[in-house]
Design a protein around this ligand. Structure first.
Ligand code: ASP
Ligand code: MG
Length: 456
């Protein structure tokens, strides 16, 4: 068995779904379990509907629901056989009826809880998986739809629920292999349910995580993440086009890249796969013949110190200074207690005796945080910063990496630097306006020569 996950863009239209059917068909003898995201930008649209409802903008949410139904119906009709159209229409009616009632209820109550957000955002994957299963049958690929909520069991932390692995694996093992022996199993990513059967979600981008959980649960031989890029690249293509494909990367490197915003993979994805040592492939559904990137347990030997350069924009730098804290203990504890209280996670830190600089990306509570920090220190903040992160297991074994970085960035003002915490990354903070220049310079410095075993 293999798990094949297709993201939103891979199933955004009838044409895209037909392409997916072709890709899966070509691998049918490997008994695929297909995990799909919501079609296109459906999750965002569902959340917009919820927000319109809570703001009492009735005409807007009614129209948005209508448009979303039209979109699903229009694309689905082209990939569903005539004989199944009545079934399709009925299912769409049922789902959109339910959704409308839910949204109206929220509008009346005027309160949007995480639990109702999950109920609403679950429709994207519920619809896409149903439609894709019908389409596969239409294209001569016998398929069966599985409601992911029956097998993915989570805790109650709605909108970012964690899987209850033991129970989830138990259900997956019992349910999926018998189905996959006969037909292609199609299920939605991202969604699950609590032990009580209440719909939950694994958090934005959670379909990759579902794929990984399913792969681990059925002990798949491989997990394939089909997306719209050729795999992991040496640089974020939105900042620096023309990077090289990384053919093989270690789990640890891939996770590090994901934490730093490489859009290719959800950071949590790799955990269940690592635990069972199941390789994860990143593949391009628009160019299925490109071999993609293989993510494996241990890094293969590589002559380059750096595998990839990741970036995270929209970072805020917080500088905290307290001369009163000179020689006193507990300074860091007090600082982090404040961030903890506001549930704001800190990404990078640099400290000296009386000052701490750190970065955050969630500024929702920044004003309050600064007020509280201000009770025992001087605080300043700088928005519009970016983290540039060099990732590679060889960084720690290669002398001269830092000097190469500083040399490459000689014309850029480095605001903060960190190496060592993870052993496989070296990160710098620069102003967002300098990001492109910084990435370009680092890319030329570290990828002038490429190890052909690892890059293409
Ligand atoms: N549809 C969900 C989202 O947009 C999950 C996913 O696509 O992975 O976040
Ligand atoms: Mg995604």
């Amino acid at each position: 068995m293999i798990v094949m996950k297709f993201g939103g863009t891979s199933v955004e239209s009838a044409v895209a779904i037909e392409r997916v059917a072709g890709i899966v068909k070509a691998r049918a003898e490997r008994h695929p379990i297909v995990v799909v995201s919501a079609m296109g930008k459906t999750t965002n649209k569902l959340l917009a509907i919820a927000n319109a409802a809570i703001a009492g903008r009735r005409e807007e949410y009614i129209r948005q629901i209508h448009d979303l139904r039209d979109f699903h119906s229009r694309e689905a009709r082209q990939v569903v056989p005539l004989a199944e159209r009545a079934d399709l229409d009925r299912t769409l009616d049922e789902h959109f009826q339910e959704l409308t009632e839910l949204v109206k209820g929220i509008a009346v109550i005027g309160e949007l809880t995480p639990r109702s957000i999950d109920a609403i955002s679950s429709y994207g994957e519920r619809l896409s998986s149903y439609i894709v299963a019908l389409a596969f049958n239409h294209f001569g690929l016998p398929a069966v739809h599985l409601d992911a909520r029956k097998v993915i069991v989570t805790d109650k932390r709605h909108t970012h629920a964690g899987p209850l692995f033991a129970e989830t694996y138990r259900r997956l093992e019992a349910t999926v292999p018998p189905l996959a022996a006969e037909k292609v199993v199609v299920m939605g990513g991202f969604i699950g349910s609590t032990e009580e059967g209440v719909t939950s979600t694994l958090g934005r981008g959670g379909s990759d995580f579902t794929a990984s959980i399913v792969g681990a649960g059925v002990n798949a031989e491989e997990i394939q993440i089909w997306t719209d890029v050729d795999g992991m690249l040496t640089a974020d293509p939105t900042i620096l086009p023309g990077g090289h494909r990384v053919k093989t990367i270690s789990f640890a490197e891939a996770a590090e890249l994901a934490y730093f915003g490489a859009k290719v993979l959800h950071p949590a994805t790799v955990i269940p796969a690592v635990e069972r040592n199941i390789p994860v492939m990143i593949l391009n559904s628009r160019r299925p013949d490109v071999p993609g990137t293989r993510i494996v347990g241990a890094a293969v030997p590589c002559k380059n110190a750096v595998k990839s350069i990741a970036c995270k924009r929209k970072i805020t730098l917080v500088n905290i200074n307290s001369s009163r804290m000179f020689m006193a203990h507990g300074f860091l504890r007090r600082i982090f207690e404040v961030f903890d209280r506001y549930e704001t996670s800190v990404d990078m830190i640099a400290t000296s005796e009386v000052s701490v600089s750190l970065t955050i990306d969630n500024t929702e509570h920044l004003t309050r945080i600064c007020e509280e920090l201000g009770e025992f220190s001087e605080v300043s903040t700088e928005p519009e910063q970016a983290i540039v992160c060099l990732v590679g297991e060889n960084i720690r074994y290669t002398p001269g990496v830092a000097s190469k970085v500083f040399h490459a960035l000689e014309s850029v003002n480095i605001r903060m630097i960190s190496q060592g915490a993870s052993l496989l990354n070296l990160s710098v903070v620069v102003a967002e306006k300098d990001l492109r220049i910084a990435v370009e310079a680092l890319h030329s410095a570290f990828f002038a020569e490429l190890d052909p075993e690892v890059f293409e």
